[in-house]
Ligand binder design. Sequence first.
Ligand code: ADP
Ligand code: ZN
Length: 624
Amino acid sequence: MTSLETLKQYFGYDSFRLGQEELISDIITGKDVLGIMPTGAGKSMCFQIPALMMEGITLVISPLISLMKDQVAALTQSGIGAAFINSSLSDSQIAKALYNAKNGEYKLMYVAPERLFSYDFIAFARSANIQMLTVDEAHCISQWGQDFRPSYARIPEFIAKLPTRPRVSAFTATATSIVREDILRQLELVNPTVLVSGFDRDNLFFEVKKPEDRFLALMQFLKGKKDRTGIVYCGTRAGVDDVCTKLEKQGFSASRYHAGLSDKERRDNQENFLYDRVQIMVATNAFGMGIDKSNVSFVVHYNMPMNLEAYYQEAGRAGRDGQPADCLLLYGGQDVHTNLWMIDNPRDVEYPDIETEMALKERDRKRLKEMTFYCTTKDCLRGYILRYFGERPENYCGNCANCNTHFETMDVTEEARKIISCVARLKERFGVVVIIGVLQGSKAEKILRLGLDQLSTYGISKVSSAQLRDIINHLILTGGLSKTDDQYPVIRLGQKAGEILRGTEPVIMKLAKDDPTEKPPKKTKTDRSRKQMEQLVTAQGKPSQEEQPAKEPDIALFEKLKELRLKIATEQRVPAFVILHDSTLVDMCVKLPKTMDDLMKVSGIGRVKAERFGEKFLRVIAEH
Ligand code: ADP
Ligand code: ZN
């Protein structure tokens, strides 16, 4: 069977996504690979397909119990032998799993890194036909990453204990080059194929708001999303408790997750969310790694996260199935101070020495600054993120709030020169507030006391404070000015200040128009889910064009199919998305299969799934 046939037969998909095929074929030929792909790109397929195509077994090292559990459940549903070994199993369960593995019942075996060196596991590994060792979430090996796990560092030692070295494949969504280098070096990959696929997630809509009242902003956002699943990330545990309680008071089905809860409550709440028993998860960043719930349709950050790595990873948990999804960040000035405090007073971190501590904290402050710029930029938000990760995106994506708001491209060279010369006259000793005050001719006590009203730049600007602030931010971003890292940051001249002052460097930027943009007409709930369905259908490669011209997907049928899926999922005690994805149900609504053969043409239906519950779905469709 070819890799494409394997994909179709087991997972029901018709084509590979970007990068998958290349990695799979390199793995098959015996090469080591490192796949760097954004969350939701389909990394799992890159090792699951080769695992199915090769003799013997693939070991998958994975950091999280929940991740293993879901992946094994999904594989089992597709008729693939798989098991996991971690601390959630009893000794006898582990013995049984190893026994089955030895008898060739599994193609994939997931294992927690801490288990690798247990006596039983080593004994098993030395006698088994291990064709591949896969390291999932490989950034855990790097101290420079976010989720450093010391036991990952011992993986090479484990490999060395095997009678023959299997091919090694590693996967991560972490893009920064320092982490990438660390993975290659520490895992001792041999002449590996390194594939970095684009980090763009074009189904995600990005938005940043700076609301007076965050909860109100959240309520507005949630309006009309009563039937959608999402995550709300808060900066602190207290924030989580507060927001969760308020949401429940407002009639939302919400649950919470943070490190201050008992293990049991955390586990229960997470399960309720995974199994679609609650709609909104309110959580700290402790929640989510390894959560590959595919129908998360929004991620709201109630506070600004510490860096863009964390933000993109967390926001990226939305829309993993390729459906349109929303990522909203609520930003307040206080967030910067909270984060600075957290950088200076980190929880559960031990530094090997003072130099490392200084270097890491400095790095974190720098990242925080970039994060803050993201919150204030007027440029395309997607573009900002992608540039941060080293890509060169277009200026305009058309699918973020900044692109969609009405911007005017303006030549602000004149204003920029006033600002820069004001900074120079102030001897680079003041912050944004004073600079704006001087430019606008403020009579504030401080300005008068310091005699700043005597400066030649006093009162020379007619532009609003908000716009001045935007221009200053733009200048900081583009090198006309710079900003110190202190608690009370001071604005200094940047390396391009001279050119701008001399007029050799024009300053062109997008400035928000002063008039508020007109609000789009209110939509009803049905409108919205119809819209969602339409977007789903287009996102899936336009099946409606050839086969069902002008046919509208049927929302009532969609609901019925969801009901059936929930029933099956409950019986099997797995999350609904493990049975079938929303996108598969939508494709059913579009293709309206009548026979088993028809059903096999629906995206996401493999042979085993068709056999297991195909009849049930066909019946619901026929009755409908
Ligand atoms: P990652 O691990 O990269 O975050 P996953 O492996 O969980 O992503 O895949 C994300 C989703 O995309 C899963 O629901 C998976 O079934 C789906 N998927 C993966 N590859 C394909 C493909 N070639 N065609 C359609 N869907 C795919
Ligand atoms: Zn954009």
